[in-house]
Structure formats: C-alpha cells, structure tokens
Ligand binder design. Structure first.
Ligand code: PLP
Length: 389
C-alpha cells in the first residue's frame, strides 16, 4: 500500500520524529567538575543603586589616570582599528626592556597580568597538581588553579605578612607553582629581598616561583627587590607586571611576564595569536617610557596613603603598614563600628570601598588611595562614622 502525504504533512512528521529522538537523548553539556567549584571573581563595585555620584575606591585604580602621552598614543590608534595588532608585541617588549634594562626576548605580554597568571597555570599544571599561594592572596590565583583542575593550597600568614617557612611547608611533590604578590594585595605587606631570595633558594627548581609585581612600582623600601633581578638569578622565577595600576591603563587590559626562556616558549605556544589589542600596545609603550609620570603617581600615592593611614589611626582605627596603593583599615567583625557598618556608612557618603570577607578578612575594608580630595572625603566620612552613636 502506498501512503500519500502532502509535502507539509511530511515535513511535520519528520520534524516531530526528530523532536522525539532528540528529547529521548537530551542531555546538557557538562563543564569539568572542578569548574563548578569556582566562585566567580567579583570585581570592585562602581555604582550605587540610588544612582548617586560615587568615589570608586574599590579596585586599586590610579586616581591620576594614564600618562597624557599614553592617552595620545591610544587616540592616534583610532583610525587603524581595522588592522590586527602585532601579535609579537615587539615594540612594547622593546620599550619595557629598555626602560627596565631587561631582555626583550624574555618578555611575554598579556591582556592584563590576569591572562599571564591563567596561561602559567594552563602551561604548567594538570588536574591534581598543586598551586601554593599565601593565605590572603589575589583571588585569581585560586580561580585559575581550579580552572585547570589543580588544587589551590593557602600558606598561612603571620600577622598579614607572607611567611616563607609556611610557604615552603606547603610544597609537595605535586606543587607546580608558588604565587607570591610582592607587595601583596590585599594586605599591602611585602617580603624583603632576603626573604624572597630565601624562598627562591629553598624551592625545588622544578617549581615555578611567580613573583607578582602588580604594585612593585609603588615600593619605596630599601630592602625590597623587584622580581626582575630574581628572574635573572634563578631558573624557575617568573616576574609579572601590570599596566593597570601605576600606569593607569586598567581599561585596556595589559600586563606581562619576565621569565626564563622555557616559560616564554610555553606561554607563546598557548596564548592567543593577538592576545593584546593594538591600542593597548601603543598606549603601553608610551606609558612605560613616561618614567617621570609614573614617578609622580608613585609620589602622590605615597604621600596620600601615609596621610590617610595616619588620619584613620588618629580616629582609633588600626591600619597595618601598607606599601601599595590602598589602605586596609581594620574595623572589626561585629559591633557598631564593624567593617560592614563602616562600609554601609561610606556608601551612604558616596564612597565605595571593598569588603574583604571573600579574602578571609571580614573585619577589614580595603580602600584605594584616591585623589587628594577623595582622600579628604574618606577621612571625613570615617570620622563621622566613628563619632556616630
Ligand atoms: C596582586 C595582583 N595581581 C594581578 C592583578 C591583575 O591585574 P591586571 O589583570 O589588571 O593586570 C591584580 C589586580 O588587581 C592584583 O592585585
């Protein structure tokens, strides 16, 4: 028997057959189980629900912004947006090398030092490996460790200071990377040269020591050694830097690693071919060459950070000595002058600071050093808060 069907009926029949088959086999894509463990990074907030004008002091951005030369270089790039960037970032690497007197061939640029941190984890860690970081560390070390199935291990700190012996005690046969931000975010403390060298000396040479210098340019202490000298001295040390802080280019996403040749080779194999955009390359080159602007930013930061810390201490708030571009006042976890209450009061005054509970410091707030007038507003608001019943 031949069954006659109209074209429309036939199409309908085939569709419903397909629908039945696919609903029978339907399953959803499942990410790697370790990915589901990741709590997404929460950046510093920049707005209040009531639309009030705010001082955003939650992300350690540079209140002076970028060097005018960097802004000009960025603008000049506007008529060339149809052209791919130089994937080797040769001009920028050359500028960084000549300013810091380091080897351009051992620099890899990334879309923020965030990208570099992620690439290091991808290149050197497999599921089950371990990544050591300090107890109060930049959140992305843990996130990138988990993203590759590695186990993040937090080394206890002493009084908000990294502890070299505690870090070494966390190192096992499975450890592939140790991350130390120097100076550290969010504590603002640093390991002096003798201690960071002791760490590099004692670490097995198959373990990478990543010295994250996101805030290195703010350091003034005589006993501080930046990561570049360590990279020259040890086969397993990587230094990372960012253009988001002292260079005021956070919006463009630009950072880099200075690393042993074997690490440079690995990162260059797995990074995107054009991972840094062309306006960022142009602005970064101008920014790194404008040494006097960076120095002016560092001086502005030092003066106002120390002023703000002193003002807050005079109000009875404990403020640890910090060396980066923020202060970390301790208000406490409970009571009328708790960190939560201080944060709420500051917000009602139009100041957005950063709560620290996700960093394991629920009694602290991190407040970026702002412009002179920002800092005066912060000090006044904290004074009102502390005076309040
Ligand atoms: C210690 C540390 N490392 C790295 C970064 C990442 O910086 P970026 O990705 O903007 O270069 C930050 C950002 O706040 C940081 O605090």
């Amino acid at each position: 028997m031949v069954i006659q069907m109209s074209e429309a009926t036939a199409v309908q029949a085939v569709r419903s057959l397909g629908a039945t088959a696919s609903s029978e086999q339907m399953s959803t894509p499942v990410p790697n189980p370790w990915v589901s463990e990741i709590a997404p990074y929460k950046g510093g907030e920049g707005k209040l629900d009531n639309g009030m004008r705010v001082l955003k002091l939650s992300s350690n951005e540079n209140p002076m912004g970028a060097s005018p030369r960097a802004v000009e270089a960025f603008r000049r790039h506007a008529d060339r947006l149809g052209v791919y960037p130089d994937g080797s970032a040769a001009a920028l690497r050359g500028a960084i090398a000549s300013v810091h007197d380091i080897d351009a061939d051992r620099i890899v640029c990334g879309a923020g030092s965030d990208e570099i941190i992620g690439l290091l984890c991808q290149a050197f860690c497999a599921p089950g490996d371990e990544i050591v970081h300090t107890q109060y560390a930049f959140a992305m070390y843990r996130i990138y460790a988990l993203a590759v199935g590695a186990v993040p291990v937090a080394a206890p700190e002493q009084n908000l200071h990294a502890d070299v012996d505690a870090i070494l005690a966390c190192v096992t046969a499975k450890t592939k990377i140790v991350f130390v931000a120097n100076p550290n975010n969010p504590t603002g403390t640093y390991l002096p040269e003798t201690e960071i060298r002791r760490l590099a000396d004692r670490l097995p040479t198959n373990v990478l020591l990543v010295v994250d210098g996101a805030y290195a340019e703010y350091m003034r202490a005589d006993d501080y050694e930046d990561g570049f000298a360590l990279v020259e001295a040890y086969p397993n040390v990587v230094a990372t830097r960012t253009f988001s802080k002292i260079h005021g280019l956070a919006a463009l996403r630009l950072g880099y690693a200075y690393a042993p040749a074997v690490v440079v080779d690995a990162l260059n194999r797995i990074r995107g071919p054009f991972n840094v955009n062309a306006p960022a390359l142009a602005a970064g080159e101008a920014a790194v060459q404008d040494k006097s602007y960076a120095e002016a930013c560092a001086i502005q930061n030092e003066v106002w950070r120390d002023w703000l810390a002193k003002e807050l201490r005079n109000l009875g708030v404990a403020v640890p000595d910090g060396h980066a571009n923020f202060v970390l006042p301790e208000f406490g976890e409970t009571g009328q002058h708790s960190a939560a209450a201080a944060d709420a009061f500051l917000r009602s005054s139009g100041v957005i600071a950063r709560r620290m509970e996700s960093y394991g410091l629920p009694g602290h707030l991190r407040i970026t050093v702002g412009s002179s007038s920002d800092n005066v507003v912060v000090a006044r608001a904290v004074a009102e808060f502390m005076a309040g019943a």
